[in-house]
Write a protein that binds this ligand. Structure first.
Ligand SMILES: Nc1nc2c(ncn2[C@@H]2O[C@H](COP(=O)(O)OP(=O)(O)OP(=O)(O)O)[C@@H](O)[C@H]2O)c(=O)[nH]1
Length: 408
């Protein structure tokens, strides 16, 4: 009959658990503090190691250690996995629920080990409690994790853990179920414990995979956004522009680019200080982001100059957006920041051949005009074909709309 040498399996699983917890602790120390939960996961790996070692010592050390302490370590380890997962995905950690389950489970383990020894009852109590903890972990992953391979992997392992624990629970209804030591391990239990050991390691791999993926996403985000305003930076915006250009070539729908420059920003800095100036920039960025569509792109080009790209939007439609932004800003002044205004230059992009520099310089010229015409207004850039035609119109502007201070 095929019986695995369980002590060897448990020894290997212990070594792997140590290695995994070292990897997770090192990630915990070196990953950005915005990635939460890693310390809990690392601690859970060490506790799982304790569980495995105590289990392997059955028959050698007293049952209060090899059974009661072993179950306590397992409850705390699975609880830590749940808390780590909740913290990782930004949920409130269920500390009370986990503590309650640990207390109930451990009390049951003490009672049915030391007072009224009963393996079957112990199993029927402990297995569903562990399944509950894993169930909540699966719920958090399903509800919050991004749709990506690593999340499916992590969710999949958690689901397998639940199935394993429930299968173990089902064996509790078999009156012959027992564990009388490593000398008398039957095939089913041997396979179950081997899979369980493997799952312990696989779960740690899952932690590392989701944490690494989060680090990747975080780094990509940091390298794409301006740290003060969280708007895109110029490089990321340029990539977005190239993507939208490809779309224009396919669908031939125009898009609009608006360059925005805060008015007399130097005065705000001089009068209220740099930190208030920074707050104005943050306020401006969040206001515009709120007023744009999710498919629009918004970037800070430097200083107090910003740019918005509105795909599938004509100049006429973009003017309505610009008007909304100007109106919103005029009502912005409060105790935190002074009232401020913005000037804008708008260029419509109709050709899939026009590069960002060319559109931006047309919009910039319109912006310059808005500034010289009194600020707090929008000017429309000369269409590309007129710029290139060499006609009289090529050096002039055709301001379809200049927003007055009343927004009309
Ligand atoms: N607080 C703060 N100020 C900045 C930042 N970046 C640039 N500035 C300041 O923005 C000001 C821009 O001033 P100017 O280019 O003269 O423009 P302006 O005063 O807005 O005048 P107009 O654009 O003509 O209306 C400068 O004083 C810069 O120091 C920043 O990140 N934070």
């Amino acid at each position: 009959m095929f019986i695995l040498d369980l002590r060897t399996v448990l020894l290997l699983s212990s070594v792997m658990s140590v290695l995994m917890s070292i990897v997770l602790f090192s990630a915990y120390r070196s990953f950005p503090s915005t990635i939460k939960g890693l310390g809990w996961w690392a601690a859970s790996c060490l506790l799982m190691l304790t569980t495995t070692v105590l289990f392997a010592l059955r028959g050698i050390v007293p049952e209060s250690l090899s059974i009661v302490a072993c179950n306590l370590a397992m409850f705390v380890a699975v609880g830590f996995r749940l808390i780590g997962t909740q913290k990782f995905y930004g949920h409130e950690p269920a500390l009370r629920r986990v503590s309650l389950i640990v207390v109930v489970g451990t009390t049951g383990a003490i009672w049915w080990t030391l007072q009224v020894p009963n393996f079957q009852m112990r199993l029927l109590l402990i297995a569903p409690l562990i399944a509950l903890l894993y169930g909540e972990q699966l719920y958090v992953i399903a509800k919050t994790a991004e749709r990506h391979f690593v999340s499916y992997f992590f969710g999949g392992i958690t689901l397998i853990q639940i199935v394993l624990v429930l299968m173990r629970f089902a064996t509790g209804f078999n009156d012959n179920v027992n564990f009388s030591g490593f000398h008398a391990v039957d095939q089913t239990l041997s396979v179950y414990l081997t899979i369980y050991s493997l799952m312990t390691i696989t779960m740690a791999v899952g932690f590392i995979m989701v944490a690494t993926r989060r680090l990747h996403v975080e780094l990509a985000r940091v390298s794409n956004v301006d740290p003060l305003t969280e708007a895109l930076n110029r490089r990321a915006f340029s990539d977005m522009y190239d993507n939208e250009m490809r779309r224009i070539k396919r669908h031939e729908r125009p898009m609009s680019l608006i360059i925005m420059d805060l008015d007399h920003f130097k005065r705000i800095n001089d009068k209220h200080g740099h930190s208030v100036g920074d707050r104005v920039l943050i306020h401006f960025s969040s206001t515009v982001t709120r007023l744009l569509r999710e498919t629009d792109h918004f970037a800070r080009f430097g200083g107090e100059e910003f740019v918005a790209l509105l795909p599938e939007t004509t100049a006429v439609e973009a003017q309505a957006v610009a008007r909304r932004i100007c109106e919103c800003l005029r009502q912005a002044g409060n105790a935190e920041i002074p009232a401020y205004t913005v000037s804008m230059g708008l260029a419509e992009v109709t050709s899939g051949e026009e590069n960002l520099d060319s559109v931006a310089s047309r919009a910039d010229a319109a912006l310059y005009k808005a500034k010289s015409e009194g600020r707090d207004r929008l000017e429309l850039a000369t269409p590309l074909k007129l710029v290139n035609s060499g006609s009289e119109l090529a050096c002039g502007y055709d301001p379809i709309l200049a927003l007055s201070k009343t927004g009309r």
